[in-house]
Design a protein around this ligand. Structure first.
Ligand code: SF4
Ligand code: SF4
Length: 91
């Protein structure tokens, strides 16, 4: 089974508030944008209109990779509140 197929069977119970926030001032001067390439769920993107970074918290795999990938410390991340978040089916 391919990794994308495994991810497709994971279930998510999404909270109404995000467990990930970004420091837009730091993102504004960031040229590398490692978060975009590092997130295995492809949740980070640059909004072409506002030129601000955005991250979709629904679908987060709770791997913590974005915390490490961002060399500017712009990511504030915590686990979703109890009962919310990802439910892995195939690890
Ligand atoms: S979150 Fe970090 S890596 Fe991503 S754009 Fe902002 S500063 Fe750059
Ligand atoms: S914790 Fe993992 S899946 Fe969630 S946003 Fe960060 S890199 Fe993406």
């Amino acid at each position: 089974m391919e990794i994308q197929e495994k991810l497709a069977v994971d279930a998510f119970k999404n909270d109404t508030e995000s467990h990930i926030t970004l420091d837009q001032e730091k993102c504004m001067i960031c040229r590398e944008r490692f978060c975009i390439y590092a997130c295995p769920a492809h949740l980070y993107e640059l909004n072409e209109e506002s030129r601000k970074m955005q991250v979709e918290f629904a679908g987060c795999l709770e791997c913590g990779t974005c915390l490490i990938a961002c060399i500017y410390g712009a990511v504030t991340w915590r686990y979703p509140r109890g009962e919310f978040g990802v439910q892995y089916r195939y690890g």
